[in-house]
Design a binder for this molecule. Sequence first.
Ligand SMILES: CC(C)(COP(=O)(O)OP(=O)(O)OC[C@H]1O[C@@H](n2cnc3c(N)ncnc32)[C@H](O)[C@@H]1OP(=O)(O)O)[C@@H](O)C(=O)NCCC(=O)NCCS
Length: 159
Amino acid sequence: MELKILPMTVHDIKGVAGIEEMCFHVPWSRESLRIEIEQNRCARYFVVKEDENILGYGGMWLVLDEAHITNIAVHPDYRRQGIGRLIVNTLMKTAIKAGIERMTLEVRVSNHPAIALYKSFGFEEGGIRKGYYANNREDALIMWNFHIGGYFDENQDLN
Ligand SMILES: CC(C)(COP(=O)(O)OP(=O)(O)OC[C@H]1O[C@@H](n2cnc3c(N)ncnc32)[C@H](O)[C@@H]1OP(=O)(O)O)[C@@H](O)C(=O)NCCC(=O)NCCS
């Protein structure tokens, strides 16, 4: 499988919305994705493609000295093949290039695969937001990595 990871464009919105619908109970709409790409100057999003098929995507906001991961999702048929790792690595590399060393995110406390992925990149548990997720009032685990420079692979380039 030959994968590319590329900055997300408006042409990717349909494919990314499809991934969102497969992966989340409350998926982001195409409109929310479009606003992120076209209007949010803090946003940096990437898609992982095999030929023209989108297999995963992820993004973050760069705000002052912090990067905040907003979402990462991989097509269910393509998990455990390193795509999630490729996305986190690319986000970290992009943040470092922007002069940012601190990264944070929220994740459902029940989301063990994602928590394991983030821990493998040096994220630590930083606190709980009670009832953060509106659909079932599930708590969010806040995770932090204050020195992302030590956790990504510099040699993994964007195609
Ligand atoms: C979380 C998610 C993005 C991981 O994507 P992925 O492509 O399967 O992840 P990778 O193959 O790169 O896995 C990297 C590491 O993460 C951890 N990991 C990933 N999935 C895991 C699982 N199901 N159980 C335990 N650890 C897991 C492992 O440490 C893994 O390394 P290994 O395969 O060498 O053991 C994917 O499961 C997903 O899209 N989930 C639904 C959406 C979601 O919950 N997103 C996160 C929102 S905060």
